[in-house]
Design a protein around this ligand. Structure first.
Ligand SMILES: Nc1ncnc2c1ncn2[C@@H]1O[C@H](COP(=O)(O)OP(=O)(O)O)[C@@H](O)[C@H]1O
Ligand SMILES: [Mg+2]
Length: 381
């Protein structure tokens, strides 16, 4: 691999980072200052809601019920929505040095399937960067995952790179609970590694919509009012994904509507019990992933939780009961980092590295053959 030359002396940069995860609950936009040591300070963050009809189009794409025309159009429409989110921050704080946009994942296929020996491993994040550049007048860095896949990786998890910088000198598991759940393990006794533990909120959110007509279980209220059904939980825990060795990543392509509808055949009658059990599934799959893949390699003494799941006290309570008592359970807030904007901050750092030509994937997490500079740059003149 060619030696990567860093273009210029590193300076702090002001970045707007944009992220919309699998939950599709909002476009998270954060104005961040990124420093040469790759630390990051969030100046201001907003959760910008997609317009309702755009959101339902995205869910139509998730359910596999969309045409090429829909995907073509929504790429530009999401670019517009991401621009609108940026403009809120720009109107208050002025233009950043550049924008770093993760985009909206609409498909992630990390499996090494082949046709005529040609790999089909792929991922697709949309939200047209040319639209964002045009509407904001800023350069845009986007499309972070592709280069890692091209280098033989899964294109995920990418946030591990920032976790390693921010949480070094610790033996720690950094657990994100978004739509999916992913962990980064940082320790001085081994290379940083990370993987998706399984579903985060995606199954809970689906059933909240189905049974309660609400987008999510706010503050875990429904979960607290239900009873965990052990037989349903045991049945869900049998899924082969949880037994697979890392590196591994997953998404809505696996935990589909059909997946959950099939699973619901084994569910208890009471919808509150279903929510309680699905919340237990998230907590238990995290704990069992640690038992299988983390504790045998490294003795961690702390788990720090981020993502929307950190705001669900029922989920946090269950996690506390499933994780060994000697391990401290914290939130990102304990480190002065917002659980809500943590991923955004990570993408500000990843964009900063792209800007300066600094390799920003971690092959030990993604399975890539080597380090690469992730991201593509769309210039605005
Ligand atoms: N106050 C809360 N109570 C319970 N769950 C919450 C709360 N806030 C957020 N969540 C959950 O977190 C999800 C969003 O998490 P997020 O980290 O943004 O995921 P993603 O990265 O997939 O967008 C919501 O869909 C919801 O399930
Ligand atoms: Mg989100």
């Amino acid at each position: 691999m060619a030696k990567i030359v860093i273009r210029e002396e590193l300076k702090p940069k002001r970045v707007i980072a944009l992220m919309s995860g699998t939950s599709c609950d909002s476009i998270d936009a954060g104005l961040c200052d990124v420093f040469p040591d790759l630390s990051c300070k969030l100046i201001s963050g907003i959760n910008y809601e997609y317009p309702e009809h755009i959101k339902s189009k995205i869910f139509q794409i998730f359910s596999g019920d969309a045409t090429i025309k829909d995907i073509c159009q929504i790429n530009f429409a999401i670019g517009q929505c991401f621009s609108d989110a940026c403009k809120v921050l720009i109107s208050e704080f002025g233009k950043p040095d550049f924008i770093s946009s993760h985009g909206q994942t609409i498909y992630h296929y990390p499996f090494d399937e082949r046709i005529d020996n040609i790999s089909l491993k792929s991922t697709l994040q949309i939200g047209e960067s040319a639209v964002i550049a045009e509407n904001t007048g800023c350069d845009v860095i986007s499309n972070f995952r592709e280069a890692d896949i091209a280098a033989g990786g899964q294109g995920a998890p990418l946030v591990c790179f920032a976790d390693e910088k921010w949480f070094h000198n610790k033996n720690i598991a950094i657990q994100n609970i978004g739509g999916m759940s992913n962990v980064t393990v940082v320790s001085d006794s081994c290379e940083t590694f990370g993987f998706d533990t399984g579903p985060g909120n995606v199954l809970i959110d689906y059933c909240m919509q189905k049974f309660f007509n609400k987008p999510y279980d706010r503050d875990g209220k429904i979960g607290f009012s239900g009873k965990i059904c052990d037989s349903f939980l045991d049945c869900l825990m049998q899924d082969e994904y949880y037994y697979k060795n890392p590196p591994k990543t997953t998404g809505r392509e696996y935990f589909t509507k059909q997946y959950i509808e099939n699973a619901l055949k084994f569910a208890p009658q009471n919808p509150e019990d279903i929510i309680a059990t699905l919340t237990a599934l998230t907590a238990k799959t995290i704990a069992s992933a640690y038992e299988r893949f983390v504790y045998p390699n490294v003795g961690i003494n702390e788990v720090v939780v981020g993502g929307g799941g950190a705001y669900n006290p029922f989920l946090m309570k269950l996690l506390r009961t499933y994780i060994p008592k000697h391990i401290e359970l914290k939130k990102h807030e304990d480190y002065g980092i917002s659980s809500n904007f943590k991923e955004v901050m990570a993408f500000a750092v990843l964009g900063y590295c792209t800007y300066y030509n600094i390799p920003n994937n971690l092959p030990s997490c993604t399975g890539a053959k080597h380090r690469v500079v992730l991201g593509k740059i769309t210039k605005h003149v």
